[in-house]
Design a protein around this ligand. Structure first.
Ligand code: CA
Length: 230
């Protein structure tokens, strides 16, 4: 599944090289040359991952990483720091600031893609293509199909993404705002009640097999996918 990846890098040649590799790997790329531009982009659209250069004109990358971690909306956003400096202390500071991983320049496109996939798998499992099964409900991202007790279920694209997110983040309560950010990808233009509409559709698609009960309403908080009874 393609991810939206924000590349924050001030050197045009490196930015171009990274962007070309990510696009070749099937991802969508957003680009910024400094923290101010990156902040604007993140405000508009929450990316799935940030590749963040350490040495940037103006605000350093590490400070941006700390800001992302301090904000509830971006707290979970996976961050990979890029740096020309390979010292142990820098690596420790980067990880302390909340980075998920750390790449020292120059790196090969292969290493870049491997690190990105590893971080996405760990932090955003809904971005990977691995099939997932819970209590007879099976979702296969590669074929975009859902089965309830072996029978195909008919889900719209939004319901599919919603269910994928739920199944990869089970047992946790998600607010409508979090679901909009994670599933719709852009919290600005969609109203919160849209979430309720798609939850209703999703439940109705899973009703025949009784799997609708896996999607629970948590009063005053949002929704939760759970294999345990309420
Ligand atoms: Ca730089």
């Amino acid at each position: 599944m393609p991810a939206n990846i924000l590349v924050v890098e001030d050197e045009p040649a490196i930015q171009e090289l990274i962007a070309a590799n990510l696009q070749h790997g099937g991802h969508h790329v957003l680009r910024a040359s400094d923290v101010e531009e990156a902040t604007r982009l993140v405000r508009e659209t929450l990316p799935d991952l940030v590749l963040l250069d350490w040495m940037l004109p103006g605000t350093p990358g590490i400070q941006f990483a700390r800001r992302l971690r301090a904000d509830e909306r971006t707290r979970q956003l996976p961050i990979i720091m890029l740096t020309a400096r390979g010292e142990e202390q820098d690596k420790v500071s980067g990880l302390d600031a909340g980075a998920d991983d750390y790449l020292t320049k120059p790196f090969s496109p292969r290493e870049l893609m491997a690190r990105i996939n590893a971080v996405l798998r760990r932090r955003a499992p809904q971005m990977t293509d691995e099939a997932i099964e819970v209590g007879g409900l099976r979702l296969d991202p590669a074929t975009h199909r859902v089965f309830t007790d072996g029978k195909p279920a008919d889900l719209g694209p939004t319901e599919f993404r919603l269910l994928h997110f739920f199944m990869t983040h089970a047992e946790r309560v998600h607010s409508r705002t979090q679901l909009l950010d994670q599933v719709w990808g852009d919290h600005v233009f969609v109203e919160e009640r849209t979430v309720d509409v798609h939850i209703r559709r999703l439940r109705s698609a899973l009703e025949a097999s009784g799997h609708d009960r896996l999607i629970q309403t948590v009063r005053g908080a949002g929704y939760r996918f759970s294999a345990l009874s309420e």
